[in-house]
Design a protein around this ligand. Structure first.
Ligand code: GDD
Ligand code: MG
Length: 366
């Protein structure tokens, strides 16, 4: 079975991390997010994958190429203007002549795709949609089903008053190819708001495949941090790192013997960790990063090539590529885009989101 992965969204909710890269390339455990998705598909025997993209297509292609390095065959379909979720798949129609999978490209899940395919086939469904329970459905697509799992209603982004179930569209679909005939070509068209409700009105058999395995949409910085906390504490069966309080995984880096470590921590290659640094997990440090003496870093995700000068205090934050945190700066609960510099002694307001390339100076300095 072929799969189309939707990787063409604007990812504005992940700003400032995604001004210069797509959501698909955001690193998770120091590996682009999309690589985890592709490996998961491949582990279920799905090796023929189409990437439907619009923004930043070049960055994705230059990393993944034809897919052979990842054991899959990749093809790329590029939209001149974003066509919406269903429009993007319509755009790939020439490759889709049999039952196929569609995946939102921003979901990390342990979904049993093999079992979902069997479910779809057993019911001769036109569409099968994976459902997952969430505490708050308001930022998702609510899906009602009857006792036989047949979908009876869709409600995208319900208000609080409209919530009738906690089961939402989990962003993985199986579709029969003739559903593509209902999508207008080269037109912005949505699965969630247009195609699925239309098929439902026409009485087509649409089923919900309920699943309670690990699932998260990495759409916001908070969710992105949550994913790391979850992966580093062993919530997903997909990552092979050992888990536990004292675990530090270090890939060919130099760590001073006076460094204090409380795991779980992942440190990429070619990093240097200086004297009396305190590292408190869950924490990920990207490759080629330098953490100088007496810095204290807790519960944060640092991308590659960061430089933290002596005495930096970092907590509950995300630092994108090439971050420069000068001596004694204090950064708590903040998200820094790529190439941000924070001046010595500067304390950021908790909740700050700093766009790429910014130089942050103490208040009063110009
Ligand atoms: N190629 C392409 N073109 N991809 C797109 C486009 C487009 O115009 N628009 C969005 N995408 C991709 C995004 O990159 C993402 O991978 C996926 O489609 C879903 O878009 P989001 O913008 O992340 O949607 P959402 O999270 O608000 O809601 C969707 O996902 C929820 C589950 O996380 C909906 O499908 C909800 O119903 C669902 O509950
Ligand atoms: Mg999303």
């Amino acid at each position: 079975m072929k799969a189309t992965i939707l990787v063409g969204g604007k990812a504005t909710r992940l700003h400032p991390l995604t001004y210069n890269i797509p959501k698909a390339m955001v690193p998770v455990l120091n590996t682009p997010f999309l690589e985890h998705v592709i490996r998961h598909l491949s582990s279920h025997g799905i090796k023929d994958i189409i990437l439907a993209q619009s923004h930043f297509s070049q960055l994705i292609e230059s990393y993944f190429g034809n897919g052979s390095q990842f054991g899959v065959k990749l093809r790329y379909i590029i939209e001149d203007i974003p066509l919406g979720t269903a429009g993007a798949v319509k755009n790939a129609e020439k490759y889709l002549d049999e039952t196929f999978l569609v995946l939102n490209g921003d979901i990390f899940t342990d979904l049993d795709i093999t079992a979902m395919i069997a479910f779809h086939q057993a019911r001769t469904a036109k569409v099968t949609i994976t459902l997952t329970p969430v505490d708050d459905p308001t930022s998702y697509g609510l899906v009602e089903t009857n006792a036989r799992s047949r979908v009876t209603r869709f409600l995208e982004k319900p208000s609080r008053k409209q919530i009738t179930t906690n089961m939402i569209n989990a962003g993985t679909y199986i579709l029969e190819p003739d559903t593509l005939n209902r999508i207008p070509p080269q037109t912005n068209f949505s699965f969630e708001r247009e195609l699925f409700p239309l098929l439902l009105d026409q009485g087509e058999p649409i089923y919900g495949y309920p699943s309670t395995v690990y699932w998260i949409d990495i759409g916001t910085p908070e969710k992105y941090l949550q994913l790391h906390r979850d992966l580093l504490s062993g919530s997903s069966v997909q990552h092979s790192y050992p888990v536990g309080e004292e675990i530090a995984i270090v890939e060919q880096s130099s760590i001073d013997p006076t460094t204090q470590i409380k795991g779980p921590i992942l440190i990429g290659s070619n990093c240097t960790i200086g004297r009396r640094v305190k590292l408190i997990g869950p924490l990920v440090i990207g490759s080629a990063s330098t953490i100088s003496e007496e810095a204290v870093i807790e519960a944060s995700i640092i991308w590659k090539n960061a430089r933290l000068e002596p005495g930096v205090n970092l907590r509950d934050s995300i630092i994108a590529d090439n971050g420069r945190l000068n001596a004694n700066s204090i950064i708590h609960g903040s998200v820094l885009g790529d190439n941000v510099t924070v001046a010595s002694g500067c304390k950021l307001e908790p909740g700050s989101k700093i766009p790429p390339g910014t130089v942050v100076k103490p208040k009063g300095d110009s």
